[in-house]
Design a protein around this ligand. Structure first.
Ligand code: BGC
Length: 835
């Protein structure tokens, strides 16, 4: 079991990772520390790591976002990562075994980058589809979220890398996220929002939990009693509660709460103030000891405490090709075939001659959402690249943009820009000191620059970016900067602007993620080149510098862009339209303002569908968008934000090499106004979860409104029949139900299906959702084959929270077996007996 860890110094008396031995080693280390040393350990040493304490053989612990890859300590293209599909996509697989394999991949990425702890998974719920981090959360259902999240945690930790379910709790939207007070009743908290955390703590023994920015029922989460109970006392959490970045706001209240590690550092409200608070008796030293004990226990688990073998062997280093293969398999397994009229999909490659690949996300696939969940991939395969590669020379794949999904400045990149010093594509960056001396300089591939916790940038007085910009086409370009602070931009020696841009939001992360933009217009001829220089004056005392040198290229006049696309569609065998959002629309730091596709994309799809009956739409977004044209087109494939292997996975699915395996983890509405819980806007700082237990499909069923595509829906390439479901007619309270479901593959090819079980309780003494997911299992079958599968319904599925505990109401429940939350084809009665 003990495997040498490259981080830890060799130690003669290395102990196996056995709980008692570890606890003894931790206790000895703790006893050797002064109060100052202990308190120092409880605030980060920098943005991504904790302090080492050589006196006790403790090295620093490195943490990193998460969850679709491991970014590492840098936040740019200099340190690329494997990029997996968005968490919505991962949940759409409903495949826990796959999630465990992904956990192993992420652990291998973590170790490659010297990372001990991944800041994920994000297990808040899809309360509203407008939630900015919807793409980063798994599902609207607590059981699916909990099971998928627990598999992720197990996969990581089985390889000695810590997982951090976040953000505890009720951080389900982003508007006013630092101060928002979520008002949630106890039952709703227990049955919905806490439930996934419970599964990840009690079931998967996660080593960390992240305390959210927001407050719940009046108390900010880094000081909230929910950290002690149920997390610690009831669920037996023995790990570290880490604050979300800058979420620790007090010395005494946070230290008296069950909050262990204030991130980032080195500044923060603990430090000397906490030492003084302990000395004055406001915070018991015992509380500090317990925090340090938990931190040391974490160190022991990840192999950061000398002399202790890590809790699990280090993962085998996954070769890049194997990682790419798994990323591709996962993306295809997550794609949801929402509509397939006349079985237009899969396409028969042999019969194709001309394919039109249209839309803003066709040549530039959007692989991920925005914010701390983003990584810098080694590469990203666009749908255009993927299809061209799969179809080869014989088939002509033609592309037109048709419409745009993005407005405003886009960081300069590729052959738009040439570094004037190195001659490579990109920009040249210089960090200058107060006297104008060059402290550091480097070539960078894109105009988006992020220095978080990068001391060199923080110590610089100015950052200068120079490049030679080339206009591909003639027209009016907008050239500018996205960022907060002082900027001077020149082009061709002319000053375009020289001004200080004030933040329009207080949230530092939001400033970094969606900063204000300033631009000036430049009229350029086709092929014209112009020297551009951007100088940013670094504000004193800043820990994060982030800005982009960006450009908005000219649009074609009038309807020309759309008309070009329609013309291509008309003269092609099949028209594939890739529509979607971008990482600037679905992001941490703010909520979406609309579910509509941005720009003229809806118009584009309708216009294409009008000229080509074989129109296939790929929707490239992390969460739901409205699709007013969905009945006009032959097929709709929801691809999510699919990670680096987007184009290859799309080609696999469209050409039928692989089945689109996904089933919706969240309801997709027809119209925004139908969504039962939509608003994420707090009223006077409070966001009241007035709908209680009724979110997602539960709320849709209760309202009696039909969505575009229900929770659980997904067609695949074959057809499934549920022949029957059998369950014991009665069970003792607190017992699990083992249901047996017979399923037949009634279609033409081998496939995989997710069989879903829901419970309902029409005549109940207590208020209940119209139905709730109670279990699920996957089935693989050949055409014509009938398979019997076992699906477990856990005792908790029959329980509700009342009077401070879990209660089971005896009596008759109905167990529904089906293909989605609205297509429930078989049922069985189960009576829970009196205790
Ligand atoms: C996010 C966390 C993230 C942290 C570190 C915060 O703004 O809410 O999810 O782990 O930053 O990047």
């Amino acid at each position: 079991m003990a495997v040498a860890d490259s981080h830890a110094a060799p130690h003669r008396n290395r102990i196996e990772h056995q709980p008692e031995a570890v606890e003894r080693r931790v206790a000895d280390a703790l006893a050797a520390l002064s109060l100052e040393q202990k308190v120092r350990l409880l605030t980060g040493a920098d943005v991504w790591s904790t302090y080492p304490e050589p006196a006790i053989g403790l090295r620093r612990i490195v943490v990193s976002d998460g969850p679709v890859g491991v970014r590492g300590e840098l936040w740019d293209e200099r340190d690329p990562s494997v990029s997996l599909p968005s968490p919505t996509a991962l949940a759409a697989t409903w495949d826990e075994a796959l999630l465990e394999r992904l956990g192993a991949l992420l652990a291998s990425e973590a170790r490659r980058k010297g990372v001990d702890v991944v800041l994920g998974p994000t297990v808040n719920l899809h309360r509203s589809p407008l939630g900015g981090r919807h793409f980063e959360c798994f599902s609207e259902d607590p059981l699916l979220t909990g099971r998928i999240g627990a598999a992720y945690v197990r996969g990581l930790q089985a390889h000695g890398v810590g997982a951090t379910p976040k953000h505890y709790v009720a951080n389900d939207s982003e508007t006013e996220r630092f101060t928002l007070d979520a008002r949630v009743d106890q039952r709703t908290l227990r049955e919905l929002y806490l439930a996934p955390f419970e599964r990840m703590i009690v079931g998967a023994r996660a080593w960390l939990v992240m305390a959210a920015y927001n407050a719940v029922n009046g108390v900010t989460m880094t000081e909230n009693a929910l950290l002690a109970s149920p997390l610690d006392d009831e669920w037996g959490f023995d790990g570290v509660v880490v604050s979300d970045w800058t979420a620790t706001r007090s010395t005494v209240a946070a230290a008296r709460a069950r909050m262990d590690l204030a991130m980032p550092g080195p500044r923060g409200p603990w430090g000397d103030a906490l030492v003084a608070a302990v000395r004055s008796g406001e915070v018991p030293e015992k509380a500090i000891d317990e925090k340090v004990r938990r931190l040391l226990r974490l160190a022991a688990r990840v192999g950061a405490l000398e002399g202790v073998a890590p809790a699990a062997p280090a993962p085998a280093q996954l070769p890049a090709a194997a990682a790419a293969k798994l990323a591709r398999e996962t993306a295809a397994a997550s794609m949801v075939l929402a509509r397939n009229h006349g079985d237009v999909l899969p396409l028969d490659a042999a019969s194709l001659q001309r394919v039109a690949l249209i839309g803003p996300n066709a040549a530039q696939g959007r692989i991920q959402g925005g914010g701390s969940a983003s990584v810098h991939p080694h590469y990203a395969v666009s749908p255009l690249d993927g299809l061209r590669a799969a179809l080869g020379q014989r088939v002509e794949v033609r592309h037109a943009l048709g419409a745009r999904s993005e407005e405003g400045l886009v960081p300069v990149s590729g052959d738009q820009v040439t570094d004037p010093v190195t001659g490579e594509h990109g920009v040249h960056v210089r960090l200058l000191d107060a006297k104008g001396g060059v402290m550091h300089e480097e070539h960078r591939a894109v105009g988006r620059l992020t220095f978080i916790g990068d001391l060199r940038a923080n110590q610089a007085s100015r950052i200068e970016v120079t490049t030679r910009f080339r206009a591909a086409e003639a027209g009016r370009y907008q050239l500018g900067v996205a960022g907060v602070g002082a900027y001077r931009l020149t082009a061709g020696g002319q000053v375009l602007f020289d001004e200080t841009v004030a933040p329009d939001k207080e949230d530092l992360a939001a400033q970094l993620l969606a900063p204000p933009q300033r631009a000036a217009e430049l009229s350029l001829a086709a092929g014209q080149e112009i020297d551009v220089a951007l100088t940013h004056t670094v504000a004193p005392d800043t820990f994060a510098v982030a800005f982009s040198l960006g450009v908005e290229v000219p649009a074609l006049p009038g309807d020309e862009e759309l008309a070009r696309a329609v013309e291509l569609a008309r003269s092609s065998d099949v028209a594939i339209v890739v529509v979607g959002t971008t990482e600037a629309i679905e992001s941490e730091g703010f909520d979406r303002s609309s579910l509509a596709l941005p720009g003229r994309q809806d118009e584009l799809v309708s216009a294409v569908a009008a000229v080509n009956p074989r129109t296939i739409v790929l929707v490239n977004s992390g969460g739901p968008v409205t699709m007013p044209w969905r009945e006009e087109v032959a097929a709709v494939l929801l691809t999510w934000f699919p990670g680096q292997e987007f184009g290859n996975a799309v080609a696999d699915v469209l050409l039928g090499a692989v089945e689109p395996g996904g089933r919706l983890p969240t309801t997709w509405p027809s119209r925004e106004e139908d969504v039962p819980v939509l608003s994420t806007k707090p009223d006077n700082g409070k966001l009241v979860y007035a709908e209680g237990l009724h979110i997602g499909y539960r709320a849709w069923a209760r309202a009696g409104v039909t969505p575009a595509y229900p929770f659980g829906h997904g067609l695949g390439y074959t057809r499934w029949e549920i022949l029957d479901v059998e369950a014991p007619p009665s069970v003792a309270p607190g017992a699990a139900v083992e249901a047996r479901v017979r399923v037949r593959n009634a279609g033409p090819r081998r496939g995989r299906h997710v069989v879903q079980l829901y419970l309902s309780r029409p005549d109940s003494e207590v208020e209940r959702p119209a139905l709730w997911l109670a279990g699920f299992a996957t089935v693989d079958a050949e055409p014509g084959q009938t398979v019997e599968i076992a699906v477990t319904v856990e005792p908790r599925a029959f329980a509700h929270w009342a009077k401070g505990g879990w209660q089971v109401e005896p009596g008759a429940y109905t167990l529904h077996a089906g293909h989605s939350a609205t297509v429930l084809t078989r049922q069985a009665g189960v009576t829970v007996l009196d205790a």
